[in-house]
Ligand binder design. Structure first.
Ligand SMILES: C[S@@+](CC[C@H](N)C(=O)[O-])C[C@H]1O[C@@H](n2cnc3c(N)ncnc32)[C@H](O)[C@@H]1O
Length: 288
């Protein structure tokens, strides 16, 4: 019996809201497998995600020393090592908290994985703190979200990418984050984002049942299941208004709405089925 899969969406909201009020570090929740951002602690997953974004992206300095930025790395900073192997001379990893594993021996697992793939990777044997691991790969981990982005110089990054992150940016900050990515991106750079539009409760649209007022309250938004509920067309419009050309690589759709429109908040119930059926997409953004 898989308990997690048998808890209804509303039960997950209640449980997560209660647990988020208990003062326990993210690292302990992760150990207990109650909250976890993703699978970035697995070298093969981290590698496959990086490769997907990198292969989809064309940018001027791709083969000659580029600056890479991952938004929302989550549970590990493995992508800094991977980006180095693919020619990054510098990497930024920007999140909203220190969620990444900080034990250097985990990073040695990623080194071993890359060596087995035939890459020449700087040795980190004996390096005892994460900061020194990152220094070896000229990587910076910044954990103050939008404020961290604002500290990065204009026109200085070649390749910005994210995996299942943009839907988690607080709605009130979303446009400004996109504006900042445009500001830091070089005119010949590129962004690649994968965006998941399913609720983070039971892979459905239960998040659209609520009014903005309820959903955007700090209690809801800080309980580990928050998504900003921006739908496909609104996200694309913001990208365009903030100075990007948009190329859609892939769109995932449900065959039919996963819940009846009767259950949705009126703001979403009036949207077209075409809009609501989109459950995720991959997009490439280049400067206009
Ligand atoms: C679902 S996790 C995905 C983690 C990782 N990319 C993966 O694929 O496993 C979402 C991540 O986005 C981060 N995030 C949320 N808002 C952000 C923001 N404004 N800037 C940067 N990262 C953000 C979260 O802290 C979290 O690490």
């Amino acid at each position: 019996l898989n308990l997690k899969n048998n808890i209804p969406w509303w039960g997950k909201i209640i449980i997560k809201m209660i647990l988020s009020k208990i003062n326990v570090s993210y690292h302990l929740w992760k150990k207990l497998k109650l909250f976890q951002h993703g699978d970035m602690c697995k070298p093969d997953y981290a590698y496959s995600v990086f490769i997907k974004h990198f292969e989809n992206s064309k940018f001027h300095r791709k083969s000659s020393g580029f600056v890479s930025m991952e938004l929302g790395p989550g549970d590990s900073l493995y992508s800094a090592l991977i980006a180095y192997c693919f020619g990054a001379k510098k990497s930024y990893l920007i999140d909203t908290g220190q969620y990444a594993i900080d034990d250097p021996t985990s990073y040695m697992k990623m080194v071993d994985y890359l060596v087995a793939k035939g890459f020449t990777v700087p040795n980190i044997d004996g390096v005892s703190i994460l900061k020194n691991v990152l220094d070896v790969y000229n990587a910076k981990y910044e954990t103050d979200g939008l404020a961290s982005l604002k500290c990065i110089a204009d026109n200085s990054v070649d390749f910005i990418w994210s995996q299942a992150v943009l839907e988690h940016i607080r709605r009130a900050e979303f446009r400004e984050v996109i504006r900042e990515t445009r500001r830091v991106l070089r005119d010949d750079g590129v962004c690649s984002h994968q965006i998941d539009l399913k609720d983070h409760l039971s892979f459905s649209l239960n998040n659209l049942r609520f009014s903005d007022e309820t959903w955007e309250s700090d209690l809801m938004a800080n309980s580990g299941f928050y998504t900003n509920r921006l739908r496909y067309n609104e996200i694309i419009r913001i990208f365009e208004e903030e100075g990007f050309n948009v190329e859609i690589n892939n769109i995932n759709r449900w065959d039919k709405l996963p819940i009846s429109k009767d259950h949705l908040n009126e703001k979403y119930a009036v949207m077209s089925d075409d809009e609501l059926l989109i459950s995720g997409f991959d997009v490439i953004l280049s400067p206009k």
